[in-house]
Design a binder for this molecule. Structure first.
Ligand code: APR
Length: 297
């Protein structure tokens, strides 16, 4: 049976787990430093599962040995931004770095061959830390963020053009922070280039809106979890069903786009073996290279 472990059973981890259980993608381990909370959530989710007539095994624990032989491990452990807290994603880096190092050591010890989906922010940095500790195939260490940003692009553009979000095809790449890069040069709405539907000045404003949407949500309710939760479950489904879909995600680059040794959101092909970088031609390439350069600081 497929096994999916969630390290961090907070809002994001459990929302993703809920979607995984709904779709019956595999057995679920919810691991959290707070063992009572993990157990409580596993019981609640087991009852939820009965309501959808599912039969996956659901465990809540703080015992890392139970993640052994996971097909996929989702890492959401850490501290999220709270409402009215001035701290940025990057400001959380120090707190979350220490947590992620412990998490990565335990993955290395108990389930080193799993595909890891890193979600804890700042995700690009955290993904690189996990990669450095696991020293495994870079295809298996994947940061989740740019796909959520791409859903935000769909929302913003569909509202602007008063069209269903399904009509909008587009991607956001780069870091999962305010420097993210909406690939407007590749975005289409009902097959038409967005650059022919919206003026360049308006696109600049919409770019800001996409980049700041996460911040806006956090200022209203604390760090979001519904959209990222489903984004994680979609990526799990894509991996397990070997869909080989091209989506954006953070992966360690080894010379692609002239960038090395940094984890940053780029188009990848996602399937059962993990993520393969798909090098594309787009006019935002210079921006990507410049922003990736800043990430080294
Ligand atoms: N080991 C395991 N779990 C831990 C550890 C640890 N060392 N440290 C903290 N945790 C757990 C907390 O107990 C908490 O249950 O991580 C969980 C985080 O959950 P929330 O505080 O609800 O945060 P959440 O909204 O889920 O966000 C988690 O995902 O999207 C990102 O920016 C977000 O970095 C944040 C992460």
């Amino acid at each position: 049976m497929t096994k999916i472990s969630f390290i961090g059973a907070g809002n994001v981890g459990t929302t993703a787990a809920l979607r995984v259980i709904e779709k019956q993608l595999g057995d679920v381990v919810l691991l959290d430093i707070d063992s009572e909370m993990a157990l409580g959530k596993s019981l609640d989710l087991s009852d939820y599962q009965s309501s959808v007539n599912g039969k996956c095994k659901i465990i809540g624990t703080s015992d890392y040995s139970l993640i052994k032989d996971s097909d996929i491990i989702v890492v959401t452990a850490g501290r999220a931004r709270k409402k009215e807290e001035k701290i940025t994603r990057e400001g959380l880096a120090q707190i979350n770095t220490d947590i992620i190092k412990t998490v990565a050591e335990n993955i290395k010890k108990y389930s080193p061959d799993s595909i890891v989906l890193t979600v804890t922010n700042p995700v690009d940095k955290m993904n690189k830390i996990i990669f450095d500790i696991l020293q495994t195939d870079r295809k298996k260490i994947i940061g989740v963020g740019s796909l959520l940003d791409s859903f935000r692009l769909k929302t913003v553009i569909s509202e602007e053009l008063k069209t269903p979000s399904s009509a909008v095809l587009g991607m956001v790449i780069g870091p999962h922070n305010d420097d993210m890069i909406p690939l407007f040069s590749k975005t289409t709405v009902n097959g038409k280039k967005i650059t022919e539907l919206i003026t360049a000045d308006r696109l600049t404003e919409l770019k800001k809106e996409i980049q700041l949407r996460g911040k806006k949500i956090t200022s209203l309710m604390g760090s979001g979890y519904y959209a990222i939760g489903n984004t994680i479950s979609l990526m799990i489904e894509t991996i397990l069903q070997d869909k080989k879909e091209i989506i954006p995600a953070s992966i360690i680059l080894e010379g692609e786009y002239g960038i090395t040794d940094i984890s940053v959101g780029v188009p990848i092909k996602l399937g059962r073996n993990g993520a393969e970088v798909v090098e594309m031609d787009f006019s935002e390439k210079e921006e990507l290279v410049e922003i990736a350069g800043n990430m080294l600081n």
